[in-house]
Write a protein that binds this ligand. Structure first.
Ligand code: GLU
Length: 434
């Protein structure tokens, strides 16, 4: 094949030895990107294109609160890259949302979709708010006004949101309805993670946790560790952590610790995950669960277990605690749970880490299935969804593992290499429009 590389001009890459701001997920993401780009010998033109987001939107969201007062929230949507297809990525409602975080999360979506080779680019959105302190009516009004604010970018061919931290099927239903009202007809493919009754895919709710389970089992098998009885600690008991824990327990693993924002529980004899899920359904959190010893989220990360699943938020494994981590496998259910500065310490300790952009890609994979089903108007059985998800997760794991062995790099760098080379190939083929 002809050399498709774009003409180059020299650029100065960021100072690789500069100590990163560990708390900034954008810097963590970029330093991993830089490393993989260097190993791939990526030409400067594409390097520059991929370092910046295509579009960043910030909107103010005035909302009439239940007490009759107007509150103004800030909403963000970042489209990192759409070369391989419509932008895809969740929307989170959280007080910690900020532009740098959303930028990092959007780029991670580009890499994630490329690692599992689904035809999407990457995006992310967020609204700075505390949904736990808001009524259902207030949440609906925030969702609808945010949707109206970013409507120009949304669409099944351009930008397709999904649930993320503190958002769910109900939020996606409001988003889909608002969009449909604006364009004048029902467009269910504008978002994924919808209720099944209105075009959501069977298996979507469980998909991220299922992908985490599949990746964990592949990792255990690769390391020739026994699945039955493997001990697991899971940080975060939302959609990803609770389902991941439940499915791992069904495979015979022993879940010995779980946690959420209220703290954690450790029980060396094993935690009955179904029982914990039922408790959270009733009490909204693990507070007061009591079937084990109370531990902090920090303590959970340092437990002597075979597998650690960080499935909550970014930046929980840092230079401050990486040396104390005892798990043999860290399966990253969350996006960005490990800072880039902690990578080297974990490598030194020989911990096997299927990274976020691989391990938690089950969610967006079934989002892709949902979008395909919506566009085809033909719906699959849950069994078919789960079988196709398994195929994609297992094949992606093996692709990344193979590259990591070939290049003698860790799984994270290999995953970035797979992703960046897929995205950059498309950029070379498409060329630069002038
Ligand atoms: N929010 C999920 C993620 O971070 C799912 C995104 C999607 O399905 O578009 O991967």
């Amino acid at each position: 094949m002809a050399d498709l590389r774009l003409p180059t001009n020299t650029i100065v890459r960021p100072d690789k030895d500069r100590f990163l701001d560990e708390d900034n997920p954008f810097e963590s993401m970029m330093s991993r990107f830089d490393r993989a780009a260097e190993l791939l010998d990526l030409e400067p033109g594409i390097y520059k294109v991929l370092r910046s987001a295509e579009k960043e939107i910030s909107v103010s969201i005035p909302v009439m609160m239940d007490n009759g007062e107007v509150e103004v929230f800030t909403g963000i949507r970042v489209l990192h890259n759409t070369s391989r297809g419509p932008a895809k990525g969740g929307i989170r409602f959280d007080m910690n949302v900020n532009l740098d975080e959303v930028r990092a999360l959007a780029a991670w979506m580009t890499w994630k979709c490329a690692v599992v080779n689904i035809p999407f680019g990457g995006a992310k959105g967020g609204v700075i708010c505390d949904p736990l302190k808001m009524s259902v009516g207030e949440l609906e009004r925030v969702t609808r006004r945010y949707t109206a604010g970013i409507i120009a970018t949304l669409g099944p061919d351009s930008d397709v949101p999904a649930p993320d931290v503190n958002t769910n099927e109900r939020v996606m239903a409001w988003l889909m309805d608002t969009y449909s009202m604006h364009v004048g007809h029902t467009v269910n493919a504008v978002t994924t993670g919808k209720p099944v009754e209105m075009g959501g895919s069977l298996g979507r709710r469980e998909a991220t946790g299922r992908g985490v389970m599949i990746t964990t089992i592949e990792s255990l098998n690769h390391l020739k560790m026994e699945v039955k009885g493997a001990t697991v600690a899971v940080q975060g008991f939302g959609n990803v952590g609770s389902i991941g824990a439940q499915l791992l327990a069904r495979e015979g693993c022993k879940v010995v610790a779980i946690s959420d924002r209220t703290g954690g529980w450790h029980n060396a004899r094993g935690i009955d995950v179904d029982d914990a899920i039922a408790y959270v359904k009733k009490h909204r959190s693990l507070e007061g669960y009591g079937k084990g010893d109370a531990i902090t989220n920090e303590q959970l990360l340092e437990l002597e277990v075979d597998v650690l699943v960080p499935a909550a938020l970014e930046n929980v494994i840092t230079t401050k605690n990486a040396r104390n981590i005892k798990a043999k496998i860290i399966c990253e259910g969350a996006n960005g749970p490990t800072t880039a500065n902690a990578d080297a310490i974990l490598d030194e300790k020989g911990i096997f880490i299927p990274p976020d952009i691989l391990a938690n890609a089950g969610g967006v994979t079934v989002s892709y299935f949902e979008w395909v089903q919506n566009r085809g108007g033909y719906y699959w059985t849950e069994q078919l969804v789960n079988e196709r998800l398994r195929d994609i997760m297992v094949n992606s794991f093996r692709d990344v593992l193979k590259l990591s062995q070939q290049h003698k790099v860790n799984m994270r760098t290999a995953a970035y290499m797979v992703a960046i080379s897929r995205v950059s190939t498309v950029h070379r083929l498409r060329g630069i429009y002038a």
